[in-house]
Design a protein around this ligand. Structure first.
Ligand SMILES: *Cc1c(COP(=O)(O)O)cnc(C)c1O
Length: 226
């Protein structure tokens, strides 16, 4: 973990930006691996699959961890997501906004929410189109059980650094433009193991790092720890 924190610090210093928050992406990693990072001081963990996350949370109950859902969320899993996560980073349609607000319990703090933006307009990808982000942000902000924190993106795989960086820059622009209406938004989640430096240079406030922290993941099919 030290190496990754060092990378984030270095990138932030070079870009003259604040060091971003580190979300440790623990999908397809064991509860033991999560607990080891927690002992080293990491609090925030990202999971892609609701069922896998619930099983891991049950093994780690008692640890003061913050759980982020970063995988695509189907509406029929909205209740479990609303009750068992601290953040949902993948809100990309109004139906999901309504469902999460309905199921977040009154005895819980408001659910932290990011709007997932499909910044490259890939046909196959999840996330709203950039021009839909303002409407979704307003819908989230209108819900008392939800707290709008910002935007999240997974840009298309792109070998060319300049183009990848351009996608991050477009996200930053969108983020800043929405902050006029939502000045409390404080989170721009973008950048992973192999491109977090580029994302930080373009203003990421949270990077989502899996492989560089945990090593390679087990294959999804037949992974022993789910
Ligand atoms: C898996 C995943 C990550 C982490 O990817 P690495 O390359 O392992 O760092 C980040 N964000 C999302 C949405 C992911 O699904």
């Amino acid at each position: 973990m030290h190496d990754v924190l060092q990378r984030l610090d270095n990138a932030a210093r070079q870009a003259s930006r604040p060091t971003p928050d580190l979300l440790a992406v623990s999908k397809l990693q064991s509860a033991t691996a999560v607990s080891q990072l927690a002992q080293a001081g990491q609090r925030a963990f990202g999971e892609n699959y609701v069922q896998e996350a619930l099983a891991k949370q049950a093994e780690l109950v008692g640890l003061p961890l913050e759980w982020h859902l970063i995988g695509h969320l189907q509406s029929n899993k909205a209740r479990e997501a609303a009750e068992h996560f601290d953040w949902v980073q993948t809100v990309d349609r109004e139906k999901l906004v309504d469902a999460l607000a309905r199921y977040r319990r009154d005895d819980q703090p408001p659910l932290n929410v990011l709007v997932q933006v499909n910044i490259d307009d890939e046909a196959s990808k999840h996330g709203c189109r950039p021009e839909q982000a303002a409407g979704l942000a307003a819908a989230i902000a209108a819900q008392s059980r939800l707290r709008l924190r910002g935007l999240m993106a997974i840009p298309a795989p792109e070998p060319d650094d300049a183009r990848r960086r351009a996608a991050f820059a477009r996200m930053h622009q969108l983020f800043e433009s929405l902050r006029d209406a939502h000045p409390d938004m404080d989170t721009l989640s973008m950048g992973m193991s192999d491109d977090c430096e580029l994302a930080i240079a373009e203003g990421a406030t949270m990077v989502r790092v899996g492989t560089a922290l945990f090593g390679q993941r087990a294959a999804k099919a037949g992974a022993p720890d789910r």
